[in-house]
Design a protein around this ligand. Structure first.
Ligand code: PAF
Length: 284
């Protein structure tokens, strides 16, 4: 595996190689969820394709009171995981070279990014989209893979790739979960043992709502109330949002119909740790 730090070197390489390349963008602190994305990259790519993982803790997608300074940085373990998963290139740029001191351009998505995490984390999605666009321009992948846990992020990336004509196929990979159902996330490392013990109840709440939907419940207010009651039952949980949206447009739904593609989205704070999760509410 080659570790490439300067963007220029990465960009030169990506323009020279003829074979397909697949990008898995990350902020490091890699876990089994990232490993699954890397394996998926290998599975879907041509046999001769190059798999590139980027690790960059992107400062401009963190709000002022967020966890940028304490975000887990575990480079040695990340390198080991990438080597084990047969990654070809690990792109590991510095903040200074990703953002010139006079950088003044950001990508701003104006619809999908307004609700859910966009409402609670102003500027987050603009910072995320800007760095993903930069990574796309540097690595020039044919395919890029993102986890569905961050469903809103994935929807925004799909939209800007479409709107700005990036010639890149975006693949969403199903959320990878711990055995007890908790969605894997680098931020799970922040959970105290007490909070970690109750964290799986978030997914249990989502599953209960999906089960109600599967048995025919279509009333959005009833489904939202079931989610709220289950989440409020989690000791110490502070609910940020519970919403049912069309999973493509992220427009809120007032009713469930044949084509409304409903998905339940939640964000819950357990102590200082903010966890998000989502589940499809398609009829069975
Ligand atoms: O999901 C993430 O890890 C980040 O938001 C991403 C897509 C790597 C951009 O910094």
């Amino acid at each position: 595996m080659k570790i490439v730090a300067p963007s220029q070197a990465m960009q030169q390489w990506s323009r020279q190689v003829a074979q397909q390349h697949v990008l898995v963008p990350t902020m490091g602190a890699l876990h089994e969820g990232h490993a699954a994305l890397i394996r998926r990259a290998r599975e879907i790519a041509d046999p001769s394709a190059t798999v590139v993982v980027s690790i960059f803790v992107n400062p401009i997608q963190f709000g002022v009171n967020e966890d940028l300074s304490c975000y887990p940085r575990t480079l040695a373990a990340d390198v080991a995981l990438c080597e084990k998963e047969n990654v070809d290139f690990l792109f590991y740029p510095t903040v200074e070279e990703m953002y010139a001191a006079d950088a003044s351009v950001r990508i701003s998505e104006t619809q999908l990014s307004q609700r859910l995490c966009g409402a609670s984390r102003p500027g987050h999605f603009s910072g995320m989209a800007t760095v993903v666009a930069k990574l796309f321009n540097i690595v020039a992948p044919n395919i890029a893979i993102f986890g569905e846990k961050d469903w809103q992020q994935l929807a925004i990336i799909r939209r800007f790739v479409h709107d700005l004509n990036f010639p890149i196929e975006i693949i969403g990979h199903p959320t990878v979960r711990e055995k007890d159902g908790l969605a894997m996330s680098s931020r799970n490392a922040y959970l105290t043992p007490e909070k970690r013990a109750v964290a799986p109840k978030i997914y249990q709440a989502l599953q209960a709502v999906a089960a109600a939907r599967a048995t025919g419940e279509k009333n959005i207010a009833i489904l939202l109330m079931a989610a709220r009651m289950a989440l409020e039952d989690i000791p110490g949980a502070m609910i940020d949002y519970i919403e049912i949206m069309n999973e493509e447009t992220l427009a809120p739904l007032s009713e469930i119909s044949e084509n409304s593609k409903p998905r339940l989205f939640v964000a819950v704070k357990l102590g200082e740790t903010r966890l998000i999760d989502n589940i499809a509410l398609h009829a069975s």
